[in-house]
Design a protein around this ligand. Structure first.
Ligand SMILES: NC(=O)N[C@@H](CC(=O)O)C(=O)O
Ligand SMILES: [Zn+2]
Ligand SMILES: [Zn+2]
Length: 355
């Protein structure tokens, strides 16, 4: 078993990756999607934006059990649970959940920034006691980094968030571990790269592959709509540079966010791209295009566990260079979901656990 990334012609063997940002939902949807993530990834940071949101350690524990029950037999998968912060979050409950190993991190959704964020934080000052506690106990804060001010253009909301919220928070909590989730701009990549080692970022496959034109290619394309919304080409290029740079501050987080096809193809369609079935295939394509396949393992399998202070996985996966066609629609039970790259032919295929 190789303990290094070995590109042998058309087969790439690498340490099993983890997904540091995923939405698995609940109920029938959870059962439809859990296997897609558990097939490729050993662990995943589970987003807490259910309805109602996961705000307590006991709710996180119960959700964790439902996830494990939904993972198909034969797959070994560890869900890492997060708590959804509100203006009323209790530092003691958070600390107890972290100390018990039930929860790994807390998630900051600015109220009304994205899917199921209505109960999110209205003003970061409201959670300063929580952040103080998290800094003290070494618990990571995961941030959806967009302002919600309707006067700010939707394409500028991440950039403005850096100035209005990120900078002051990093100043006031200089040793707090922070993950700037699903970054979409050159400004965010620069901010993270030039920040302290306790600041990192996840990058999705879709923000590495599409720019905002994808939402309007010949008509309105709801399946390319997610939040933060894809930006101009120069931002996509900056993200590709950051992801493939080898910097330990950038790591894999798919932000796989499934919605029923009817909720996407609607006069007010939901934000989110379901990329779990094609996650490693998409990242491998990007890294190959950037002549950086030798850096895929760092981004996918090393920088994340290192940042979170967890061991790297001791299993290996295989990716093969082989064309395959992504289904136009996935139907599981009552769930109908259009996957990322629906109907396209991909050049890489995930081929399971190696050896
Ligand atoms: N990314 C998305 O477009 N949607 C996510 C929420 C989020 O991560 O902001 C969802 O839960 O649907
Ligand atoms: Zn988000
Ligand atoms: Zn997300």
């Amino acid at each position: 078993m190789p303990v290094y990334s070995a590109s042998q012609g058309d087969i790439l063997v690498l340490r099993q990756p983890d997904d540091w940002h995923v939405h698995l939902r609940d109920g029938g949807m959870l059962h439809a999607v859990a296997g897609h993530t558990a097939r490729q990834f050993a662990r995943a940071i589970i987003m807490p934006n259910l309805a109602p949101p996961v705000t307590t350690a006991s709710a996180a524990d119960a959700y964790r059990a439902r996830i494990l029950a939904a993972v198909p037999e034969g797959l070994s998968f560890e869900p890492l649970m997060t708590l959804y912060l509100t203006d009323n979050s209790d530092p003691d409950d958070i600390e107890a959940g972290f100390a018990d190993g039930i929860v790994t991190a807390c998630k900051l959704y600015p109220a009304h920034a994205t899917t199921n964020s209505a109960q999110g934080v209205t003003n970061i000052n409201a959670i300063y006691p929580v952040l103080e506690r998290m800094q003290r106990i070494g618990m990571p804060l995961l941030i959806h980094g967009e302002v919600t001010d309707p006067d700010v253009d939707v394409f500028d909301r991440e950039k403005v968030f850096i100035d209005r919220v990120m900078q002051p928070a990093m100043r006031d909590f200089p040793t707090l571990k922070v993950v700037f989730e699903h970054i979409t701009t050159a400004e965010a990549a620069d901010f993270v790269e030039s920040g302290p080692p306790n600041l990192a970022a996840t990058i999705t496959p879709h923000h590495l592959q599409i720019n905002r034109n994808a939402m309007f290619a010949g008509g309105i394309r709801p399946h390319a709509y997610c939040l933060p919304v894809a930006k101009r080409e120069r931002h996509r290029l900056a993200l590709r540079k950051a992801a493939t740079s080898g910097s330990p501050k950038f790591f894999l987080g798919t932000d796989s966010a499934p919605h029923e096809v009817s909720a996407k193809e609607s006069s007010c369609g939901c934000a989110g791209i379901f990329n779990a079935p094609v996650a490693m295939e998409s990242y491998a394509t990007v890294f190959e295009e950037e002549n950086a396949l030798d850096r895929l393992e760092g981004f996918a399998s090393e920088h994340g566990p290192d940042f979170y202070g967890r061991p790297r996985n001791e299993r290996w996966i295989r990716l093969v260079k082989q064309d395959w066609a992504v289904p136009a629609l996935l139907e599981t039970g009552n769930q109908r979901i259009v996957p990322y790259h629906a109907g396209a032919t991909l050049k890489w295929r995930f081929d399971g656990i190696a050896g």
